[in-house]
Design a protein around this ligand. Structure first.
Ligand SMILES: [Fe+2]
Ligand SMILES: [Fe+2]
Length: 168
């Protein structure tokens, strides 16, 4: 996650979106240049799953509930939560695969589609509503998100790289 200074909650969450997009691109690149070396992209798939799990959890625990209190858009947030469930279903299937292979590639491709659609909706609908809600302190919320994210990352052994510096 980026430095906290001058970043609001939407900036922090969107930095995660950008970071996972980079991982998706790298996965697709490996699948294209070395299609048979499926084991090489397995750690990447696991990292994508770990990162998305933490990201969805902090949104559901902290960001969405804070938004529900100040904007009257329950359908929007219910829809976003349903999209999380879709992504979590795919993450669970990827994590449950005994080894990398065509099925993992297929599931990651579907996960990319679900996540990219969801991220687009967060950016265009949810973040704009959050930023126009005067009662919402997005900077305080950023602190809460970051603290919880660090706590979750510290208890996720499969995602050690997240502690300390992040790619974006
Ligand atoms: Fe998000
Ligand atoms: Fe989300």
């Amino acid at each position: 996650m980026p430095e906290l200074a001058n970043k609001d909650a939407c900036d922090l969450l969107d930095a995660d979106h950008v970071a996972v997009k980079h991982l998706f691109v790298e996965y697709a690149r490996l699948a294209m240049v070395t299609p048979d070396a499926t084991a090489d992209r397995e750690p990447l798939a696991r990292r994508i799953c770990a990162d998305l799990t933490v990201h969805a959890q902090v949104e559901e625990e902290i960001f969405y509930p804070a938004l529900r209190e100040v904007i009257d858009e329950p359908d929007l947030l219910d829809h976003a939560t349903e999209e999380h469930q879709q992504a979590k279903g795919l993450v669970a299937r990827i994590e449950g695969l005994p080894q990398a292979g065509p099925e993992m590639d297929e599931l990651v491709t579907r996960l990319v589609q679900v996540v990219e659609h969801h991220v687009k909706e967060e950016r265009t609908k949810i973040f704009s509503k959050a930023r126009s809600a005067p009662a919402l302190d997005l900077f305080a919320l950023a602190g809460a998100l970051m603290a919880r994210q660090q706590e979750l990352e510290a208890s996720t052994p499969s995602s050690p790289r997240r502690r300390g510096s992040r790619a974006s």
